[in-house]
Structures are given as C-alpha cells and as structure tokens.
Design a protein around this ligand. Structure first.
Ligand code: SF4
Ligand code: SF4
Length: 342
C-alpha cells in the first residue's frame, strides 16, 4: 500500500497539534542540548531539525524499566498487570531506527510472544521522517537501508523544500491521514516523489563510510577461536553503552521486588551482554565469563547470530555505538578487520 499526499509548508506544527489531540504523541524534543523522544502536547515542542536522538525510539516499545505486574498474596494470589497504552503516535523516527523496529519484531513476536511489546506495537502508529543529512557515523546503506527508506513506518514523511511528502504505507498510516485529512493534499505528490528519489541518491553519495559486508557473516563465525577477539577486547572497557544505545539490542533482566508484606512487583530492566553478570549462573558458572567472550558475542550477534535466527542482520548502521564508545571501537572497522584476519 503506497499512496502519496503533500503536507504544505507551515502545516507541520498544526498537524502535530491535531495529532496530539487525537493520540498520545511521542516525538523528538531537544532538552539541555540532547535530542530525546518523549511525550509532547503539541507541535511547538517537537524538534524538526535533522538529528538522530541519543537513545533510540525502541524505548517506546521496550522501555528501559517496565513494570510487568504487581502481586498481593495475603488472601490467595492476586496479580495486577499494567493497563496497555492508549492509541499513540511515535513521530519523527529516522530510517535506521525504523529498521530497528523490524529487527526487534521477530525477537518479541517469534516462538515466544511478548504481550508487553506487542500491545504497544499494536497501539502505536509510527510516523517516519527521512533524513536530510548524513552523520559521519552513518552506514545504513551497507544493510540495504537508505536515509529516505520508509520500511517499518506506517506513514513516511520526507521534507521537500518547506513542505513534506507523506507516503501512506499501512492501514494505520491511512487511518491517521484520514483523521487529519484536511492537512494532506493529493495534488502534486508525483513531483514530491521524484524529489524524494533525488534526495535519496544525493544523501547516499554522501556516506563517508563504505562498508562491504560480502562474506563477513561466514568469516566472522569461522573466526570464533581467533585471537582477533582477544586483541579487540583489550581495548573494551565493558561499559555497555554500545548496547544501551543500540536500536536492535534487547537483553533484559527480570527483577522481583518483595516488600516483605506478601506484596511486590516484577520489573523488566534493560541489561547488556557486555556485563559479566548478565550470563552468571547461580551455580557460579559463567559461559561468557571473560571480556573476550562478551566482545566476541556482541559482534557475532550483530553480524551472524541474528541473521541465523531471524533472517535479518542485527545491525542497522545507525552508528550510535561508534559515536558513543569511549575507546573508539568502531563496528565498521571491525567488519573490515574481520575480512583481513587470517
Ligand atoms: S551495532 Fe552500532 S551501528 Fe549497529 S545498530 Fe547497533 S548501535 Fe547502530
Ligand atoms: S562502548 Fe566501547 S568500551 Fe563500552 S562496552 Fe561497548 S565496545 Fe566496550
């Protein structure tokens, strides 16, 4: 389903005002100089300038800390689960983060269906926003993405001059456009579609990182016993920021809080495969007890394991881990080195 409309110049903020009246609206805002997604009451709060929010929007579906249920056991067991979210719009998601959603979906909707994630996915309309620049760390093109790719969005917006092309990609996107119908014009969309294609070509030519993934999956897996990982791990501090900021990472821990009066809560909290405790068994055994094993696991998960399990790469080329790593461990350099290691 692709139908195209035009959102005329100057109409974006009023459109977001309208969306906020009809949905719970989550959008990028700049707070103390940091770009973040949070709930907004209107378009005036939303940052429309180009930028990749520091923390990926996966937090909307998979929050950093999430109450799973509370319980009271004094008089039989009573479980109380949180009510689901109201109809929401997640606005301004960049193409790499849209792919982050399609990468996470099979994890939470596979052999085990995660009702917490899926309820939020179901009740959220995702509005993507094409990039207008590329950052030095970006390499989404290596994974078949593009700065203007709408895969994973319900409605995809692309800025053309002062106006926006609006591509309706799913029934949820269609419903949003219908509910805000007076903002979207059918006239002139073909010209905007051509302008979007030209923008995509121009931005792809500007990628400063050329990443060749040919043969990397098999080579990385074949290097399981290589000393390469040990050398890489010497530099790693094990801080885990690469995994916390990654739109596709999904390790979590379950924490039970017993209040001591037969009531309590169960929480899900982000965890990281870069932390020693993540795989520590109660027996004391740890299958990934060394930093080398954890670093190796992270890269093999991105380059090989996720592909094996779900048919999709575990990386979308957002470059957040490259920008954030305090010791400059760079996944694009790791990919190039894997190709060279004997
Ligand atoms: S591994 Fe790094 S570049 Fe790839 S999706 Fe995660 S944060 Fe982005
Ligand atoms: S951000 Fe860098 S130092 Fe920190 S865990 Fe990741 S690779 Fe290691």
């Amino acid at each position: 389903m692709t139908a195209a409309r035009v959102l005329a110049g100057g109409r974006m903020v009023p459109l977001l005002d309208r969306i906020a009246q009809k949905y719970r609206l989550m959008a990028p805002v700049r707070e103390d100089g940091v770009l973040l997604y949070r709930r907004v009451d209107g378009g005036g709060e939303v940052c429309l300038d180009f930028g990749l929010p520091l923390v990926p929007p996966k937090t909307h579906f998979f929050p950093q800390t999430e109450l799973l249920f509370s319980y009271a056991a004094a008089d039989g067991l009573e479980l109380k689960e949180p009510s689901g979210i109201p109809a929401s719009v997640l606005f301004g998601v960049r193409p790499c983060d849209l792919r982050g959603f399609t990468t996470l979906d099979p994890v939470f909707n596979g052999r085990f269906r995660d009702a917490y994630y899926l309820d939020k996915r179901e009740n959220t309309t995702v509005v993507g926003l094409s990039c207008t620049e590329v950052r030095p760390e970006c390499f989404c093109g290596a994974y078949g993405g593009s700065p203007v790719d709408g895969q994973g969005a319900d409605l995809m917006l692309t800025r053309v001059g002062e106006s926006y092309l609006a591509e309706i990609l799913t029934p949820k996107g269609e419903q949003l456009v219908r509910r805000c119908g007076e903002f979207f014009l059918p006239e002139g969309a073909e010209e905007f579609v051509r302008a979007k294609a030209a923008l995509g070509r121009e931005l792809e030519a500007r990628f400063s990182r050329r990443v060749d993934l040919e043969g990397v999956k098999d080579k990385a897996a074949a290097l399981f016993e290589s000393s390469y990982w040990r050398k890489l791990a010497y530099r790693c501090l094990g801080c885990g920021i690469c995994t916390y900021l990654c739109p596709t990472c999904h390790c979590f821990d379950i924490v039970d809080e017993d209040r001591g009066d037969q009531t309590g809560t169960r929480w899900r909290c982000w965890d990281s495969c870069m932390f020693r405790d993540f795989t520590l068994h109660t027996s004391g055994h740890n299958p990934r007890g060394s930093k080398m094993e954890r670093v190796r696991n992270r890269f093999l998960h991105k380059l090989s394991y996720h592909l094996d399990r779900h048919g999709l790469p575990g990386c979308v080329g957002c470059g957040r881990c490259i920008a954030a790593c305090p010791v400059n461990i760079d996944i694009t350099r790791v990919i190039a080195e894997i190709k060279e290691v004997e």
